[in-house]
Design a protein around this ligand. Structure first.
Ligand SMILES: Cc1cc2nc3c(=O)[nH]c(=O)nc-3n(C[C@H](O)[C@H](O)[C@H](O)COP(=O)(O)O)c2cc1C
Length: 367
């Protein structure tokens, strides 16, 4: 059997196969509430055979956390919408976790929903992604940090109450948690900052430990991180495997169960002298299960897609070899699952030539 369709037997999270839907913001939740259309969108992906769905980024209950219109909240009335989503996905045979999100300073001046509220970040440094439109954030005080940690805890507990199968923390791509990791945005001299990468993991480790305390030892915590940032695609947190280790071990010790290693091309070696990708290194260092992602089955990476370049489906036998070799455990598919909810079923049945390739216009609707 194709290894993608072998079960994932991790004690805390059993999945019917190795395929994960990558978290993808769709901005289709009016007033930040996921509606029936959103539930149908996720249900179709579950019916299409994916083992685990990671929802689009959904915002924790804190006034500073939102970045743009149409992005779902994870509090208040939105939780009723999320309940419908969870139930629909479970009924269709997949598991689902919400991706908990705080955008930090990635809030364009003309876009953030509550215009009287300042943007938060590790330091008062405008995010490079937004250029001229960047909102100058305020550096979080210890009290702000405490409040935001509590908001993550509340969201994680709500996820558990609603019947989600775990949570994913969005620690990637230059948003709030990553703004603490990244030396460009974190110039703090207190215990949340420092010259070495390990010193800048403290905000994340406090969030993870606080969630772990609140949800208990059997509710899975997935942690997504990346080297690249929005607006700084060549940025790197860790330049060497040793530096990566200094970053990962505190997160692991705080209570991460599964690492989701966000790269744009899964086949790119992360460091010299080894073919291992970021998920491969992370598994080797931590011994924890990892999720790989990035251009699986598509010939171009997602930024090119956003520019309107057309993509074609491609062979991914190299991915299967890596999975066989236990370089990583799970494989996330992003654009492929927007384009074709039945991607997993078609692959399982060897109908590769029937898979619809991704095109940018598909982002306009929630089919
Ligand atoms: C439309 C779109 C929205 C995305 N939104 C998110 C998001 O909310 N959170 C996140 O961690 N990554 C987000 N990503 C990145 C994807 O999760 C994934 O890592 C990326 O698309 C690479 O996978 P792919 O090559 O299979 O598309 C988004 C990507 C796309 C295409």
């Amino acid at each position: 059997m194709n290894i993608l369709f072998q079960p994932f037997n991790y004690p805390l999270l059993q999945l019917k196969n190795r395929l994960v839907m990558a978290p993808m913001t769709r901005r289709k939740s009016p007033n930040h509430i996921p509606n029936q259309q959103v539930a149908e969108y996720y249900r179709r992906r579950a019916e299409g055979g994916v083992g685990l769905i990671i929802t689009e980024g959904t915002v924790i209950p804190h006034a500073t956390a939102h970045g743009s219109r149409g992005v779902p909240s994870f509090y208040g009335e939105a939780l009723v919408g999320w309940q419908t989503v969870v139930d629909a996905v479970h009924k269709a045979g997949a598991r689902i976790v919400p991706q908990l999100w705080h955008v930090g300073s990635v809030r364009a001046l003309d876009q953030f929903p509550e215009s009287t509220v300042a943007a938060h970040s590790a330091s008062a440094i405008a995010h490079p992604y937004l250029g001229e439109k960047a909102f100058l954030p305020t550096a979080m005080t210890e009290e702000d940090i405490y409040d935001v940690i509590q908001a993550y805890v509340t969201a994680a507990m709500d996820a558990k109450k609603l019947g989600f199968d775990g949570i994913e923390l969005h620690g990637a791509h230059g948003y709030l948690i990553d703004q603490f990791f990244w030396d460009y945005t974190n110039k703090r001299t207190d215990k949340y900052g420092g010259k070495v990468l390990a010193a800048r993991t403290r905000f994340a480790t406090e969030i993870i430990s606080a969630i772990r305390m609140a949800v208990g030892s059997t509710f899975p915590i997935i942690f997504r991180f990346s080297q690249w940032k929005l607006g700084a695609y060549d940025a790197k947190l860790a330049q060497t495997p040793q530096e990566l280790e200094s970053f990962l071990i505190p997160l692991q010790e705080a209570g991460v169960d599964i690492f989701h290693c966000s790269t744009r091309r899964y086949f790119k070696p992360e460091f010299n002298d080894s073919s291992l990708n970021l998920a491969g290194w992370t598994r080797k260092i931590t011994g924890k299960p990892t999720i790989t992602v990035g251009s699986v089955g598509l010939d171009i990476e997602f930024q090119e897609s956003f520019l309107g370049v057309e993509s074609k489906t491609t062979d991914f036998s190299n991915l299967l070899e890596r999975l066989e070799n236990e370089e990583f455990d799970l494989v996330a598919i992003g654009r492929g699952l927007i384009a074709d909810p039945y991607w997993p079923k078609k692959v399982a049945e060897g109908r590769m030539n029937e898979i619809r390739p991704f095109a940018k216009h598909m982002l306009d609707s929630l089919d």
